[in-house]
Design a protein around this ligand. Structure first.
Ligand code: GRF
Length: 193
């Protein structure tokens, strides 16, 4: 079985979209793949309950319990490796990962970022797109490399920026597209594995 491990920090709506698609499209039969676990760095992440509702195993590796980023990433890797993952999927995982961690999962690690990369890497993407006067915005699924929010692009979706948009209304429009492209990009990866 190809195991998918999903890392979250918050609401987990992308994670839930992936889990729902995996169930709806029967990824077990189609690709011999399953979402094996959802791991959060925050014990209070709403996505944990959502994962449990879908009968997915959950784990918490609370970054606040670790003195250094290296120590946190080492424990995170231990917990991930117990699931023998084929893919490690970052879905709203709000921690910067160490180069050692990224190297460990090279070729197996993907992320979704709420902008049309390479524009607007980093935080606050929607407000920055509005402030720059962009007419379109969007989201990018990409392979993770040591450079933050860079790495080969696997999928993108474009939405219009509308007059009167706030960061929140734009984020909602982009998020709807994230829920479509992320499961699709993962299915395409699984097909090639
Ligand atoms: C998404 O916009 C994602 O692109 C960004 O953080 C948000 C996470 O949302 N990295 P959710 O936790 O998947 O609901």
């Amino acid at each position: 079985m190809k195991n998918i491990v999903i890392l979250i920090s918050g609401s987990g709506s992308n994670m839930a979209a992936i889990v729902r698609t995996a169930q709806r499209d029967n990824w077990r039969k189609a690709f011999g793949a399953q979402v094996a676990a959802v791991i959060s760095n925050r014990p209070d992440a709403a996505g944990l309950a959502l994962a449990r509702e879908h009968l997915i195993a959950t784990e918490v590796v609370d970054h606040k319990r670790f003195a250094t980023r290296d120590a946190f990433d080492a424990e995170l890797a231990t917990v991930i490796d117990r699931r023998q993952p084929t893919l490690v999927v970052l879905a709203g995982f709000m921690r910067i990962l160490t180069p050692a961690f990224v190297a460990r999962y090279e070729g197996r690690l993907v992320n979704i970022h709420p902008s049309l990369l390479p524009a607007f890497a980093g935080l606050d993407t929607h407000q920055r797109a509005i402030d720059a006067g962009c007419k379109v915005a969007g989201a990018t699924v990409h392979r993770v490399t040591p450079a933050l929010d860079h790495g080969p692009i696997l999928a993108q979706a474009v939405v219009p920026v509308l007059a009167g948009d706030t960061a929140q209304t734009l984020a909602e429009r982009v998020l709807t597209q994230e829920h479509l492209i992320y499961p699709r990009a993962i299915a395409a990866l699984l097909q090639g594995l």
